[in-house]
Design a protein around this ligand. Structure first.
Ligand code: ADP
Ligand code: ADP
Length: 233
């Protein structure tokens, strides 16, 4: 589904060169739930941004469903992102003066061909999936952190993504709300078969997923199936 081949990412700021990723080779098959762990600055966000087609590697190849995307123009990348990917961030990135329902509908407003009533139906379905049907008219400031993250997940779901990329989705939440978010992600993976790549600092969360990849200094240092997870297929 996502394949990274010999990925190198170097940031150049004035005279300072930072190697954020070095020689990263990774395959994320359809249906997996993968955790990425590692200390701050080891390249996790850079990796997720490259997988999410938000950033380009300095060297190496990104393939989506077996097709290299290095020659894609911005417009093609945006379309691919829209069709296949959903993003969830630590800090939710909701728009504070839009209602829950309007926040969730937002990604479809940029997609032509979906009517207002169909957009509404998809938003309500996504909110039902995250258990927030009773909060559609609320504003983000009226919700708990866990509820805000559920809105953000619903917003990611409205495009019916094949892959969800989540950057520390439980990082700002207490353990109870973190568990709730984790259970939603686990169900999306198990029931809907959505592929998920999640960056986390939490060993407990990571061990609930199917595969744990550890990074250090821009390189993979381990990659193993976790013992506890039952894959669907
Ligand atoms: P992590 O998510 O694991 O904390 P990042 O991917 O954010 O790591 O960063 C990896 C390395 O790249 C760090 O040394 C960071 O300072 C550097 N870095 C990240 N983004 C940029 C940028 N836009 N410009 C320059 N250096 C950056
Ligand atoms: P933090 O909460 O630690 O500031 P986030 O998890 O919110 O970080 O964001 C992770 C990365 O994704 C950042 O590099 C940020 O620039 C990028 N990002 C955040 N929001 C969006 C967005 N809506 N679309 C694309 N990229 C985003």
């Amino acid at each position: 589904m996502i394949t990274l081949k010999n990925i190198e990412k170097v940031y150049q700021t004035k005279s300072i060169e930072t190697v954020a990723l070095h020689n990263v080779n990774l395959e994320i098959p359809k249906g997996e739930f993968v955790s990425i762990m590692g200390p701050s600055g080891c390249g996790k966000s850079t990796l997720l941004n490259i997988m999410g087609l938000l950033d380009e590697p300095t060297n190496g190849l990104v393939e989506i469903d077996g097709t290299p995307i290095s020659n894609y123009r911005d417009k093609q990348l945006a379309r691919l992102r829209n069709q296949k990917l959903g993003f969830v961030f630590q800090s939710y990135h909701l728009i504070n003066d839009l209602s829950v329902l309007d926040n969730v509908e937002l990604p479809l407003l940029y997609r032509s061909g979906t009517s207002a009533s169909e957009t509404r139906r998809l938003a309500l379905t996504a909110l039902e999936k995250v258990g927030l049907s009773a909060r559609t008219k609320h504003f983000p400031s009226q919700l708990s952190g866990g509820q805000r993250q559920r809105v953000a997940i619903a917003r990611a779901l409205i495009g019916q993504p094949e892959i969800i990329l989540a950057d520390e989705p439980t990082g700002n939440l207490d353990s109870v709300m973190g568990e709730e978010i984790m259970n939603i992600l686990l169900n999306l993976n198990r029931i809907d078969g959505t592929t998920i790549v999640m960056v986390t600092h939490d060993e407990n969360m990571a061990h609930k997923t199917g595969r744990l990849i550890r990074f250090f200094d821009g390189q993979q240092v381990s990659d193993a199936k976790t013992a506890t997870y039952n894959f669907q297929q």
